[in-house]
Design a protein. Structure first.
Length: 280
């Protein structure tokens, strides 16, 4: 029997609201991988719920990593998401130095903001930390706002021109990250999609689909988790991006038809069989 691949997931856990680890663990596990979560914090509900409470686990993260190192754990892939502070970013740097071997795949989702603004608790001083983490990754998956922050250019509002996205890809390429995916690109003709650059083929592509109206919290986490699953299942990079995009769009459409409030996250569970069918 082929050895089951082990993937470390470094992200926060929201008990209510399917995002971060509560999206990543079920999606990646369902696709046949052994998930090893390192929670950066535990939230009673994701941050779009009023009155949420949080347990910060910054002071536990290094202890977790030290224990895993002592018992000889090795990872086939490492996927990092939301980090709440520079201290957490420093811990993740050490984690990558200790656990990212020559055959360990690393995907960094540089969660910092959206719609031209930083998320609560994140500011300009955090950007340089995230640039460094991105430089250690094999794939990064910023949204347009995060790509602009990392590239060091002024944040703009949608819709985005092709020229602007090309400029972002060129600047992000200078980080040394081999493969780049910019998500959440609203086009001038009203569609939404992503742009990709692969330094191995030196090719860039853009993929678009009709946009559902409104906001869908957690969609970036569902996209990143399905991308991790597709890449680790052996799919070629561009194909993996298209698989992740199609799955995420299916989840968005399902959620848009639901009566459940959007802050509960994407309804990915009824759709996950489609992703499994493609990958397994």
């Amino acid at each position: 029997m082929e050895k089951q691949k082990k993937i470390a997931l470094i992200n926060d856990m929201s008990c209510i609201g399917r995002c971060s680890l509560t999206a990543g663990i079920p999606i990646i596990s369902a696709c046949g991988f052994h998930c090893v979560p390192m929670p950066t914090g535990i939230f009673s509900a994701q941050s779009e719920f009023d009155g949420y409470v949080c347990a910060d686990l910054t002071d536990k993260m290094q202890s977790f990593a030290d224990h895993w190192k002592n018992i000889g754990v090795r990872f086939d892939a490492i996927y990092t998401g939301y980090l709440a502070s520079k201290n957490q970013a420093e811990t993740v740097k050490r984690f990558l130095i200790d656990f990212k071997k020559s055959d360990t795949f690393c995907i960094v989702d540089p969660v910092m903001g959206d719609n031209g603004e930083f998320y609560s608790g994140i500011d300009e001083s955090f950007v340089e930390e995230m640039r460094f983490l991105c430089s250690m990754a094999d794939i990064i998956t910023p949204n347009v706002t995060e790509a602009e922050m990392i590239a060091g250019i002024d944040c703009t509002e949608a819709p985005y021109s092709t020229e602007h996205i090309k400029e972002l890809l060129l600047k992000l390429r200078n980080l040394g990250t081999p493969r780049i995916v910019i998500t959440g690109i609203e086009s001038e003709d009203g569609q939404i999609g992503c742009a990709v650059y692969d330094s191995f083929t030196r090719k860039a592509n853009m993929f678009f689909t009709p946009k559902s109206e409104g906001r869908f919290p957690g969609s970036g986490d569902v996209f990143a988790a399905s991308l991790v699953s597709a890449v680790m299942s052996g799919k070629e990079f561009t194909e993996a991006v298209q698989i992740a995009m199609t799955f995420t769009c299916d989840c968005v459409e399902k959620t848009a038809l639901s009566d459940e409030p959007r802050n509960f996250g994407l309804s990915f569970e009824p759709q996950i069989h489609k992703l499994i069918k493609i990958l397994l």
